[in-house]
Design a protein around this ligand. Structure first.
Ligand code: FAD
Length: 420
């Protein structure tokens, strides 16, 4: 059995961006790590058509994991976020722009293509001391024993470790093995994801058109190019997915109303039904949840992977501190601390995004009045806007070491956010 003799070690199940970041972060704090994940096809771009707007702390983590250099040429800086009320309702909210410079940043963060991010993380695995990558079609079962977690892989191999990181996505079997229960829900919406080239520069500004069915959001990519997250009612989303490229391009131009000039090439489309998931705890019985195994959130406000990366960096902190005091990295001290640190950040954001989304699609006039009033207040009071922006990009309460400049060797005070 792999890992049976290593006294203290971690098993990461799942090789999405959150799992890969967790494996690299745990190895960096000196814990032997086994990563059980699917096969990798370097350069197989187009696997995941999403991009993720990653905020300053996430970018700092990627720097500290040593992968930012390989990524940055494929990413675009986000210097401002503009909200436009495109509801067509009588009571329209004012246009609001959040600028990074308002909170002393050059950029909120960067828009990062998921497939490039996966390539860069995977390329780091073989050069990371203490990290063993087992390519597998998947873990088939996970068992929690006395002081040990054991997993059986599809190919028959057995892996043991002090604790497991459940990074196996929303249907995580690792989470189930620990007896962690989840609440799930769905929204009457689906997101179409693609990219397109355009005539006018985006100027680093991401624009969200708020429509009664959900936002239509452009996010800057390098050059005259943007990614698009277009939220629609599911049957309309199905119709748009079936359109020819020419007709789909026309629909994008109509929605943009000339904002980025003529639309050129449009990339392949992918469809994501919107849903949510929260667990009862973020760690229990030698299993810690990271990424979508622990939270699913609609793609509004770009929170999902930023949360997943904060999970990875926070877990590394908890493990590092318990190792320093000679404790058990899978014991209840580390697991309870991890869960307590992640709960307010994740639950707060899931609630905020849920309220924002439901306020947008609500048929009730008082709800729109409140939403409009809120945006008026934000538009008028710079201090309030700054608080919201700061909290949106990084919680003030706890910034893990690997999300601070200098990483594990850094001296930056908790709560600080460095320029991207
Ligand atoms: C339309 C859209 C736009 C988004 N935009 C943003 C954004 O701008 N900013 C942002 O921060 N987030 C964004 N997100 C969220 C972000 O994409 C997700 O949070 C992120 O991709 C989840 O990564 P993960 O590693 O947690 O999960 P996954 O990518 O689902 O990875 C889970 C991995 O586990 C593997 N697996 C499953 N079962 C097993 C098993 N039994 N054994 C081994 N492996 C297993 C799977 O094959 C997979 O590789 C967006 C999401 C959507 C839908």
């Amino acid at each position: 059995m792999i890992g049976e003799t290593a006294e203290q070690s971690a098993l990461v199940v799942g090789g999405g961006p959150a799992g890969l970041a967790a494996a690299l972060a745990l190895a960096q704090v000196g814990l032997p790590v086994t990563l059980a994940a699917g096969p990798h096809r370097p350069g197989g771009h187009g696997r995941d058509r999403r991009t993720a707007a990653l905020f300053a702390g996430s970018v700092e983590l990627l720097r500290n994991l040593g992968i930012w250099g390989a990524l940055q040429d494929h990413c675009a800086a986000l210097t401002a976020i503009r909200l436009i009320d495109d509801s067509g309702r009588l009571l329209r909210a004012p246009e609001v722009t959040f600028a990074a410079r308002e909170v002393g940043l050059e950029a909120f963060g960067y828009n990062v293509p998921n497939d490039r991010l996966l390539d860069a993380l995977m390329a780091r695995l073989p050069v990371t001391p203490g990290l063993t990558f087992i390519e597998t079609a998947g873990a088939r079962s996970v068992r929690i024993g006395h002081g040990r977690v054991r997993a059986t892989l599809a190919e028959g191999a057995e892996v043991a470790a002090s604790f497991a990181v459940a990074a196996d996505g929303r249907n995580s079997i690792t989470r189930d093995a620990a007896g962690i229960t989840v609440t799930t829900w769905s929204y009457p919406q689906a997101a179409i994801v693609t990219w397109f080239s355009h005539q006018r520069p985006h100027g680093g500004v991401s624009t969200e058109f708020h429509r009664p069915v959900g936002p239509f959001t452009t996010v800057p990519m390098p050059g005259l190019c943007s990614s698009l997250v277009w939220v629609e009612e599911p049957s309309e989303a199905g119709r748009l997915m079936a359109l020819s490229e020419t007709d789909f391009r026309r629909e994008i131009e109509r929605r943009l109303g000339g904002l980025l000039g003529t639309v050129g090439e449009v990339g392949p489309r992918a469809l994501f039904p919107l849903s949510g998931l929260t667990p009862d705890v973020f760690a229990r019985n030698r299993v810690a949840l990271v990424g979508e195994a622990g939270h699913v959130i609609p793609p509004i406000g770009a929170q999902g992977l930023n949360l997943g990366l904060r999970d990875a960096a926070t877990l590394a902190d908890c493990v590092r501190d318990v190792l320093a005091s000679g404790g058990d990295p899978g014991g209840s001290q580390a697991m309870d601390r991890y869960s307590a640190l992640r709960a307010p950040d994740v639950n707060g954001r899931i609630t905020a995004v849920d309220i924002l989304n439901r306020a947008l699609i609500s048929p009730y006039l008082p709800v729109h009045l409140l939403r409009g009033l809120g945006l008026h207040v934000l538009n008028s009071f710079g201090a309030l806007r700054r608080i919201l922006v700061q909290e949106g990009v990084q919680p003030a309460s706890y910034v893990p070491r690997l999300m601070q400049p200098g990483g594990l060797g850094g001296q930056q005070a908790a709560g600080a956010v460095s320029p991207a």
